[in-house]
Design a binder for this molecule. Structure first.
Ligand code: ARG
Ligand code: ASP
Length: 712
């Protein structure tokens, strides 16, 4: 933000604030029923959310803490994305029995595969509890404020009666201006029922990720199992399919542009109410740093994965998740520029200040804080991303925390078991040689991009990438963390229990480990030089952001505010719609099977198509799944305001029937997390017709269709 821009903010007359659509992720107990009905909704808000009788919310769950899933049969059949079930599908895969490549379809319930550790959460109740949680906090500042709020949350939770399989979480909304309590019911026996091969479920892979027009059949199916009383239970072969209070009928009616749709799910995180300067920092500092780190990691992984099948399977899920946000951030930066997000915010702030001059002081302070924080925030972004993507360093971090916990006398059996399980899972899909290469390159990036005052002394020696490769490979060879040297007579990759059997020896060896020592030098320098400043400034920013949020809500009476996404259940609504994202480019709202064939590249790792699907296409064997064009619809876009976590969310029609499965957004609109823009922001869904077509015609799994209620 330049001085000139800053000045112009406060000279803008209020009248210049322009009308704008803001998107919206609404709490199900506070729906804009009238607007939804005006847009075409035929059901009522009570049909969507009701604690007194079955409603649509009873069919929507959070899948394993991240994605969303929905129940589509009276026998607990669960639909979510392929990329949401990806690590489960991968976990059942080996080189010989590669479910990622071949797909998987249970022939009957007995053939469904258990997934220890996977859970789904139902929302049983939502209550606003702001008064209880904010009681006695009016005059407090940090750190007392957080302490008091946490205490109030504990008191509230303890005052509530819950079943053993229920829990309560309390979440801040509007940056802590309000609080909501959620009663949650968790089911833990979740079995894999079906997944198409990657060449359908991940068709287009990273090239098409975040891109429209899209032809991915991004779905997989699970089933919830319960005990004999239909209640949550740990996995047991005696468990029975869960009987839901409500399940979604599946519509295979044709879609038309402007049809009403709503998406019901668990959006993870958005920041729609930042000041312009906050948006600018993301756009010019934070996102570019993260992109740079991931670019290096991905390139190195990709070279190996393309030539080695074992590495390809081992790193498939990790690679996809690193690539996912790498690409999203690139789109986000582009979109923020193109939608003039910063200028728009500057204008908006001007209009707010014109109505309420007190806001100027809040903004001035925020501007100063963001600028003061900038170098620390940049170091935080690099440090965090480098450690995350250099796997041995990340592992060293786990051992560092372990030692700290042991030395503080905090480590108990349970924590130790959790750590050992985590490590075992990690080492199963780990290649030390490959990681040494990634780490070497990331260290060079870190050494070159970090201001000297933030680097450990002598870190200059890591500036040369080629040299690092030899140095780090040597370190890795002599490290127990990489699993290439032994401790307690074994390696950490071969036998975790034995490696941990003599704790003193393990800790002594770790402290002398070269990779561990490298990590410690980076971590301790970061914690000493950057983190205290970064965190102290962030605390001040958070307090002012809370104030700025409240001021926006008090001042802009014409705007309907919704709280930023925070992984709680939300409804967003809009219309089926194409878009015109660039000059002379216009996108239709629907793709078809013919488009899959157009993109087909035989043998390609992203665009291969299974032979059976080609046969079905050639024979036009579409059954009841074609639309008015005679082709099978594959994907469609709409104006629903979604974000990460909404993957797997049901897209419903005016009557509350399932018409699509949300899985992505269009690249030109991914800045919707910060600046939703109705011109470019579109969510992408798999069409229910394609899902049913694949299950029925491709997978010959009619028994699953027979469980569903199909609306023709
Ligand atoms: N972009 C989508 C989301 O954020 C889909 C990601 C999975 N696909 C992939 N190629 N990585 O989750
Ligand atoms: N693909 C995202 C998810 O996994 C959805 C999005 O960001 O639009 O939740």
């Amino acid at each position: 933000m330049t001085k000139k821009m800053l000045l112009s903010v406060f000279l803008l007359p209020a009248a210049m604030a322009f009308a704008q659509q803001y998107g919206g992720m609404w709490i199900p107990t506070e729906l804009n029923e009238k607007e939804m009905k005006d847009l075409g909704m035929k059901i009522s808000a009570k049909d969507i959310y009701n604690t007194q009788k079955p409603s649509i919310k009873d069919a929507v769950v959070q899948f394993n803490g991240g994605c969303t899933a929905e129940i589509i049969s009276p026998k607990g059949l669960l639909l979510t994305n392929h990329h949401c079930g990806y690590s489960q599908i991968q976990a059942h895969s080996t080189v010989q029995n590669d479910l990622l490549s071949n797909g998987f379809w249970a022939k009957n319930p007995e053939g469904e595969l258990p997934n220890p550790g996977v859970k789904v959460d139902f929302i049983v109740d939502i209550k606003e509890v702001s008064n209880q949680i904010l009681e006695g906090t009016e005059i407090l500042t940090e750190p007392e404020l957080t302490k008091k709020i946490n205490k109030n949350i504990e008191i509230y939770k303890n005052s509530q009666k819950t079943e053993p399989f229920q829990s309560i979480i309390v979440k801040p909304m509007y940056y802590g201006n309000k609080y909501y309590a959620y009663t949650i019911e968790t089911y833990k026996d979740i079995r894999l029922v079906g997944a198409p091969p990657q060449s359908i479920g991940k068709f287009g892979s990273d090239t098409d990720n975040w891109v429209w027009p899209r032809h991915t059949g991004d779905f997989s199916m699970f089933r919830i199992y319960a005990d004999k009383n239909n209640k949550p239970a740990e996995y047991s072969k005696d468990n029975i399919p869960f009987v839901p209070k409500h399940y979604l009928p599946v519509s295979i009616k044709d879609k038309t542009e402007n049809d009403f749709t709503f998406v019901f799910g668990f959006p993870g995180k958005t920041t729609e109410y930042l000041p312009a300067v906050g948006v600018e920092k993301i756009m010019t500092d934070i996102d570019p740093a993260r992109i740079a780190v991931r670019e290096v990691a991905l390139k190195t992984l990709d070279e190996k994965m393309r030539t080695d099948s074992e590495t390809r399977i081992k790193y498939a899920s990790k690679y996809a998740s690193v690539a996912n946000y790498w690409k999203k951030w690139i789109g986000e930066v582009e979109g923020l520029k193109k939608s003039n997000a910063v200028e728009k915010k500057v204008m908006y702030e001007g209009s707010l200040v014109a109505k309420n001059h007190e806001i100027k002081s809040t903004l001035d302070q925020l501007y100063k804080l963001y600028n003061d924080q900038a170098p620390y925030a940049l170091n935080n972004a690099y440090f965090t991303e480098v450690i995350k993507n250099a796997e041995t360093l990340k592992l060293a971090g786990d051992y560092y925390d372990y030692i700290a916990s042991v030395e503080a006398g905090r480590m108990d059996e349970k924590e130790l078991t959790t750590l050992k399980t985590k490590l075992t899972t990690f080492y199963k899909d780990y290649s030390a040689e490959l990681d040494a290469k990634v780490t070497a390159k990331l260290l060079a990036l870190y050494a070159n991009k970090t201001l000297p005052q933030f680097l450990p002394s002598g870190f200059d020696k890591y500036k040369n990438e080629t040299q690092n490769i030899t140095v780090i490979e040597d370190m890795s060879k002599n490290s127990i963390i990489s699993g290439r040297t032994n401790v307690n007579g074994t390696s950490l990759t071969a036998d975790i229990d034995k490696a941990f059997s003599n704790q003193d020896k393990l800790i002594k060896t770790l402290k002398k480990d070269p990779v561990y020592q490298l990590y410690v030098s980076m971590k301790e320098t970061y914690m000493k030089i950057a983190d205290p400043q970064f965190t102290a400034l962030q605390t001040k920013i958070d307090a002012l952001q809370k104030k700025f949020m409240a001021q926006q809500m008090e001042t802009d009476k014409d705007r309907k505010f919704f709280p930023d996404a925070n992984s709680t259940l939300r409804v967003t609504y809009g219309k089926v719609k194409g878009s015109t994202p660039r000059d002379a480019v216009s996108y239709g709202y629907q793709t078809h099977l013919a488009g899959v064939i157009e993109k087909y590249v035989p043998g390609d790792y992203e665009f291969d198509v299974p032979k059976k699907l080609i046969d079905l296409y050639n024979k036009k064997d579409y059954g009841i799944y074609k639309d008015k064009t005679g082709d099978v619809p594959v994907g469609f876009t709409a104006t629903n305001h979604t974000t990460g976590g909404n993957s797997g969310s049901p897209a419903l029609d005016a009557n509350g029937n399932l018409v699509g499965l949300n899985f992505d957004r269009q690249w030109e609109g991914t800045m919707s997390d910060i600046n939703y823009d109705p011109r470019f922001s579109r969510n992408i869904m798999v069409d229910t017709k394609y899902i049913l077509f694949i299950i029925d015609k491709f997978a010959d799994s009619k028994w699953l269709i027979d469980e569903m209620k199909i609306i023709k």
